[in-house]
Write a protein that binds this ligand. Structure first.
Ligand code: GDP
Length: 302
């Protein structure tokens, strides 16, 4: 997904290659190209601005003789700054001191929440855990059925619960299901409860109120915002809105196998302060990996 950005950055570094010294002029040319490469890759404007400021500052200070050539110096500065934007270390997953650890999945409809809940369950199972899945989407019966299919595919436990026909869907029902699921997880010796929540097409007050109530009730160790990488800046904006309300603990970027330009990946952490923890790389349950910032930077830098 970073091919385009990577190509463009390579081209800007080439501008400097073969130049004996860094001058204001050749640095400015290269920096202009780097800025354009980031913007064309759909990186958030504020993120580009602060990134370029730091790169410029260091590039201008980098003229003192070192063993590195000018282009090597700029490559190093850009790589270091991209690493700063993404976070230096692979983010850790938090567990509760008293099981079950609750993971609240948040995000808009279609972002990949249900698929990711299943992937996460499988990943945790591989790590020796006993996860349980629950869908508290009482609005779309198909959503609960979809999670049941995902649970079967991954062999994870599922709390189905009952929705009495005729009950009005809404927050009290959502909270009842969540509470029952947590009790069920504890009773069945499941150390983790993954709560798949209702998505909406956009952010609305009812959705946000419900998410806040769920957070209050469940005291989750992780609130993972699931973002569709293909939606670029929209993903970043909704990450910000969810974070303002819920203080997310991390993000999962889905559809990284698509041809998204990578801007969301490079912006979410800076905009929310929360690290990207996982990547979704396909529709299958095992198309899922922990996010390693250094590997992404290497991919971008080519
Ligand atoms: P939800 O509405 O947020 O629960 O989203 P779903 O889990 O139903 O996912 C929406 C669509 O995106 C489905 O067709 C999934 O198969 C697909 N999807 C989810 N994650 C990925 C991914 O990492 N890569 C690809 N290519 N498709 C994905």
């Amino acid at each position: 997904m970073f091919e385009n950005l990577s190509d463009k950055l390579q081209r800007s570094f080439k501008t400097l290659r073969g130049q004996g010294t860094i001058t204001d002029e050749n640095v400015s040319d290269a920096l202009r190209e780097i800025r354009l490469a980031l913007l064309e890759s759909d990186v958030n404007l504020e993120v580009v601005k602060s990134l370029m400021e730091r790169i410029r500052e260091q590039a201008m200070g980098a003229r003192v003789a070192t063993a590195l050539s000018p282009s090597e110096q700029i490559v190093k500065i850009v790589a270091d700054e991209l690493t700063n934007v993404l976070g230096k270390d692979t983010a850790r997953f938090k567990f509760a001191s008293q099981p079950p650890t609750v993971i609240l999945m948040a995000g808009l409809q279609g972002s990949g929440k249900t698929t990711t809940s299943g992937k996460l369950a499988q990943w945790l199972k591989k790590g020796g855990h006993r996860p349980m899945l629950v869908s508290v989407d009482v609005y779309r019966p198909a959503a609960r059925e979809q999670l049941a299919i995902v649970a079967r595919a991954t062999g994870a436990n599922l709390y189905e619960g009952k929705l009495d026909p005729g009950t009005t869907p809404g927050t009290p029902e959502v909270l009842r299901l969540a509470k029952e699921a947590r009790r069920d997880a504890a009773n069945f010796g499941c150390d983790i409860l993954i709560v798949d929540t209702a998505g909406r097409l956009g952010i609305d007050t009812a959705l946000m109120d419900e998410m806040s109530e769920l957070k209050k009730l469940l005291n989750p160790s992780e609130i993972l915002f699931v973002a569709d990488a293909m939606t670029g800046q929209d993903a970043v904006n909704s990450a910000k809105a969810f974070n303002d309300l819920l203080a997310i603990t991390g993000a999962v970027l889905t559809k990284m196998d698509g041809d998204a330009r990578g801007g969301a990946a490079l912006s979410i952490r800076q905009v929310t302060g929360a690290p990207i923890k996982f990547l979704g790389t396909g529709e299958k349950p095992d198309a899922f990996e922990a996010f390693h910032p250094d590997r992404i930077v290497s991919r971008i830098m080519g």
